[in-house]
Structures are given as C-alpha cells and as structure tokens.
Design a binder for this molecule. Structure first.
Ligand SMILES: *Cc1c(COP(=O)(O)O)cnc(C)c1O
Length: 354
C-alpha cells in the first residue's frame, strides 16, 4: 500500500470501487456450473435473491447494466416499435444507441426535469400517438432511479406512480433502469421493492455502489425473463461458470446495501465543503445520494482545476466543458473527503488565481 497521504482519491465514478475481501473469498469458494445450461448453483441463488428483493417472479444475471437495459428493451419491443425514454437518461445518452442499432427500436426522448422526472406533458403527448400506420407504435416507457445525469437525484415514488399509471393505461410496459436503486431506496426512505413495484421490469447494477467487479440483474415476470434470456444469448451475454460473478453479487446484496448511507453522508460532506471553495458552484439537489455535480468557471479554468486536482491525486469526471461530477463509494473514506476538499481549495486558488 502507498502512504495514505499519497493514495489516489478516485471520485470519477462508483464503478471504480474494488471488491471487498469477503467478495474475493466468496469468488474463490463459489460452487460452479455451466450457466448457459442453467446449471450454475451460485448464479441461480443470486437470481432468486434478486427477484425476491425486487418483488418480481424471476431474474437474469447479465454482464453489465447496459446489457440489462438493452435486453429489456429488445424483450419488450420489436423492430419499429417505440420506446419512450428520458432525454437525459443513461439509456438514451450513454448506451451507444443499442436498442436502435441492434433492435430497430425507435427511441422517443421525453424531456427530463432537473429532478430526473419525465415531463408529464411531453409524456402524455407521446402516449397519445394515434394507432395509425404512420407512427411507430409506443410499447415501452423507461424511467431511471436514481437519475445519473440529473446529479444522482432519487425520483419520487409519486412521480413513478404517475408515469406508471399513465403508461399502463395506454397498454405500454414500464422498464426501470435502477442501476442505483438501493441508493434511491435509501434516499427516499423506502425499499427497492416498493420502487420496483411501479415498473414491470427493473435492472440494477452490482458493479456500482455495491462494489462488485462485474454484473447487473434484470428482473421481471417469468415470461419476460424467458424472452430476455434468449436476447442475452443473442447479444453474447450467456456466460458459463458465471458463479464467480454471482458469488460477489450475493455478498453485495447481503453486506453492501446498508453501508451506502456512508457514501451519501460523504457526498453531503463533499458538497458542503466544495460549496465553500471560491470559484466552485455546487449544483443544488433536493435529496443528495452519492453524487456531487459542480461548475468550475469557464472551460479554461475548469480544465486547469481538473488538472490541478489530478496533480494532487484527486480524480474527477468532466460532465461537460465547465462542470464535474464527483461520486462517493466504498473506496472513499470520510478522511479522503476532507482531504479532497482541502486539495480543491488549493487547486481552485491555482486554477482561478492570476
Ligand atoms: C452505470 C449505469 C448503467 C449501466 O452501466 P454499465 O456500465 O453498462 O454496467 C445504466 N444506467 C445507469 C443509470 C447507470 O448509471
């Protein structure tokens, strides 16, 4: 180990989190089989756990959140069908247009509010698409909770219920991109199952705040999971002794959910600290989860600030030319946060001074 004073403080994403010692143990000891034959007992155990935690009939382990959402969209929609997505959603912005490229799905973006909600007027407009040969028929609405590009905002249950009612009344299905559903549950003081109850299908990541090396789960009814299973195979996501992945997932679901509170407290401390640094402007969120988005002046000073932080061993991810995202996770302690704030003051003096 390097001296803690020299340790990198990596705030780029919670995906950089490394597995816990208990996960490494579980991986080494995992009972394995060929999951393409349905014979990996560890995968089967994880899928049963995930389904039960989300209140769904069945679950499917997939390599990534991107594949979970893609398999969901391709299982819900045929070629030429329309999926309503948030304009700032991960599915629309960050998944390489997979549903369109690989499944011929027409993605119809509806404006996301700053809170990660869907603009209900625009949603209603999309849902009012006439059943006429001119139009791609809407089949699915995708919602995201917590909302990544909207500063990690937890989306209110009342909004989810409204989207779900509107969408279902038109005969469409709802898929929830719940990559960070446990962060949402913590912030909304509810359970993942309650959040997922507003969607027909849900995907969540093991590889973010839960600190697993790999893996996401897609959950829904048996019939949906059977279709998604075929899609997963088609996408090349049928893995063999995937119990090595699932073993870490089981540890995550049993030991890593409650500690997310620490990440949320650390993100609050980081937001409060950065807000006091001259030249930085922390974006307000109603309820903070594990992210802090902040602006750092004009593009040139923002670049200087990021470089000055990197020089001091603090990594941030650029959101655009003038703003950054910092994410707290299992690999970041409260002492790291205090240090990152102190270093941000130094870096800002350097970047914004003359
Ligand atoms: C990270 C993320 C995903 C998928 O991530 P992978 O990197 O493909 O595992 C999907 N949705 C949201 C909101 C995410 O933050």
């Amino acid at each position: 180990m390097r001296e803690s004073a020299e340790r990198l403080i990596d705030l780029r994403s919670d995906t950089v989190s490394l597995p816990t010692p208990e996960m490494r143990e579980a991986i080494a000891r995992a009972e394995l089989g060929d999951d393409v034959y349905g014979e990996d007992p560890t995968v089967n155990r994880l899928e049963a756990m995930a389904a039960s935690m989300m209140g769904k009939e069945a679950a499917l382990l997939v390599p990534s959140g991107t594949m979970g959402n893609l398999a969901a969209m391709l299982a819900h929609c045929g070629r030429g069908d329309r999926a309503i997505v948030g304009s700032q959603s991960h599915t629309f912005v960050y998944e390489a247009g997979g549903a369109s490229a690989l499944g011929g799905v027409v993605m119809a973006p509806v404006r996301n509010t700053d809170d990660g909600e869907l603009d209900l007027d625009e949603l209603k407009h999309e849902l009012a698409t006439p059943a006429d040969a001119h139009f791609a028929p809407p089949k699915l609405a995708v919602i995201e909770n917590t909302h990544n590009r909207c500063g990690g905002a937890p989306v209110a249950l009342s909004h989810m219920a409204e989207v779900s009612d509107l969408t279902h009344s038109r005969g469409l299905k709802v898929h929830l991109d719940g990559a960070r559903i446990f962060n949402a549950a913590l912030a909304l003081e509810t359970t993942a199952q309650t959040i997922a109850s507003h969607a027909d299908t849900v995907s969540f990541c093991l590889s973010k705040g839960l600190a697993c090396p790999i893996g996401s789960l897609l959950c829904g009814n048996r019939d949906f999971i059977a279709r998604a299973h075929r899609v997963r195979k088609m996408l090349g996501g049928g893995m063999r002794q995937a119990g090595v992945v699932a073993a870490a997932g089981i540890v995550a679901l049993t030991t890593m959910i409650d500690r997310l509170a620490e990440d949320h407290a650390n993100a609050r401390a980081l937001a409060e600290g950065l807000a006091l640094v001259a030249g930085l402007n922390v974006r307000h969120v109603k309820r903070r989860t594990n992210m802090v988005v902040f602006d750092a002046g004009d593009p040139a000073s923002a670049r200087r600030f990021q470089a000055a932080m990197k020089e001091r061993g603090v990594l941030l991810s650029a959101r655009d030319a003038t703003s950054f995202r910092a994410v707290t996770h299992y690999g970041v302690t409260r002492a790291d946060i205090d240090r990152a704030v102190a270093l941000a003051a130094e870096a800002a003096a350097e970047a914004f001074g003359d």
